[in-house]
Design a protein around this ligand. Structure first.
Ligand SMILES: Cc1cc2nc3c(=O)[nH]c(=O)nc-3n(C[C@H](O)[C@H](O)[C@H](O)COP(=O)(O)O)c2cc1C
Length: 264
C-alpha cells in the first residue's frame, strides 16, 4: 500500500502562508527593486569575502522554489577553495578559446572573471528525476515524447530554484552571473572530479555573486508590448526564420553587452 501520510503538519503548513493583501503594491515594489537590480557582471571585486550566513540566506531562497512533483531536484555546491575556482576558470577559458577558433560566432564573454567571484555556487541536478514526472518508461515513441517534456520539467524546476537564489543574492546587494556554458558533457567530465561529483549528477549552471569590479550596467529589455499577448497569439510578434537569423547576426551582441565593442 502506498504511504499517504503528508510530509508536513497540515495545520502548521496552512498557518505558515503570510501573503500581503491582494493588490498591495508595497511588497511588489520591493520585489521589483530586487528584480530590476539583479544585474550580471562578469568580473568581481575579489578582495571581498562572503559572510557564511549569506550562503545560507541565498540557498534558503532556492529551497523554497516550486518544482515539478515537488521533487526539488537540485543540489548546490558552495565553492570557497580558490584553487578549485581557478581550475574551473581554466577550463572555461580553454572553452572560450575553443569557441573563438571554431568560429561559433557567439560573443563569448571573458571567463577569466569566474575566478574573481567571491560567491561561487555550482548548481547540480540528478537527471534520473525525470522518472518522477509523467513518463511511460517503456522505450516507446510515446515515452520519448513524454521524457522530452519530463526533462523540460526538471530543467525548469532547477531554473526556478536558481532564479530564487539569484534574486536573494541581488536582495543582499550583490551583482550576479549565471553561467550555463558548463553544460556540455566534456565540461561536466572536467568538473566532476574537482568537486567529487558522482557520474549520475549533472552540473547545470554556476551562480557567481559578489560586489562588482567596475560599475555595472543595465541591459536592454524588450518593451512589454513586444512580449505580451491577450487571449490569443498576436502574430505581429511572430518572427520569420529570416527575421530571427537577422536578430542573431545583427542584434544579439548588442543586447548582450553595453555596446558591440565592449564584450565583458
Ligand atoms: C539560462 C541562462 C543561461 C546563461 N548562461 C550564461 C553563460 O553561460 N555565460 C554568460 O556569460 N552569461 C550567461 N547568462 C547571463 C546572460 O547573458 C544575462 O543574464 C543576459 O545577458 C541579461 O543580462 P542581465 O542578467 O544583466 O539582465 C545566462 C543567463 C541565463 C538566464
Amino acid at each position: 500500500m502506498s504511504d499517504t501520510t503528508p510530509a508536513v503538519d497540515i495545520g502548521a503548513a496552512e498557518q505558515a502562508i503570510d501573503l500581503p493583501e491582494i493588490g498591495d503594491e508595497a511588497q511588489y515594489n520591493a520585489l521589483m527593486r530586487t528584480i530590476r537590480n539583479r544585474v550580471t557582471v562578469r568580473k568581481f571585486d575579489n578582495t571581498y569575502e562572503v559572510p557564511e550566513r549569506h550562503y545560507d540566506l541565498i540557498l534558503e531562497a532556492a529551497r523554497h522554489a516550486p518544482s515539478g512533483a515537488n521533487a526539488q531536484p537540485w543540489q548546490f555546491i558552495v565553492v570557497r577553495d580558490q584553487d578549485i575556482k581557478d581550475q574551473i576558470t581554466d577550463y572555461f577559458v580553454a572553452e572560450q578559446r575553443f569557441r573563438a577558433k571554431a568560429k561559433m560566432k557567439f560573443p563569448t564573454p571573458d571567463y577569466r572573471g569566474l575566478a574573481t567571484a567571491p560567491g561561487f555556487v555550482v548548481v547540480c541536478s540528478d537527471m534520473r528525476w525525470v522518472n518522477a514526472f509523467p513518463v511511460f518508461n517503456d522505450g516507446s515513441e510515446q515515452d520519448e515524447m513524454y521524457r522530452a517534456n519530463a526533462e523540460r520539467i526538471l530543467l525548469q524546476s532547477v531554473a526556478a530554484a536558481t532564479m530564487s537564489a539569484h534574486l536573494a543574492a541581488a536582495a543582499l546587494g550583490y551583482n550576479v552571473w549565471w553561467v550555463t556554458a558548463i553544460g556540455q558533457e566534456d565540461a561536466q567530465d572536467a568538473m566532476r572530479p574537482l568537486l567529487g561529483i558522482p557520474d549520475e549528477i549533472s552540473v547545470l549552471d554556476i551562480l557567481l555573486f559578489g560586489p562588482p569590479d567596475a560599475k555595472p550596467y543595465k541591459r536592454f529589455r524588450k518593451p512589454l508590448e513586444e512580449i505580451a499577448h491577450m487571449d490569443r497569439y498576436d502574430m505581429t510578434h511572430f518572427m520569420s526564420d529570416d527575421a530571427l537569423k537577422e536578430w542573431i547576426n545583427k542584434r544579439r551582441h548588442r543586447v548582450m553587452y553595453k555596446d558591440a565593442s565592449r564584450v565583458d
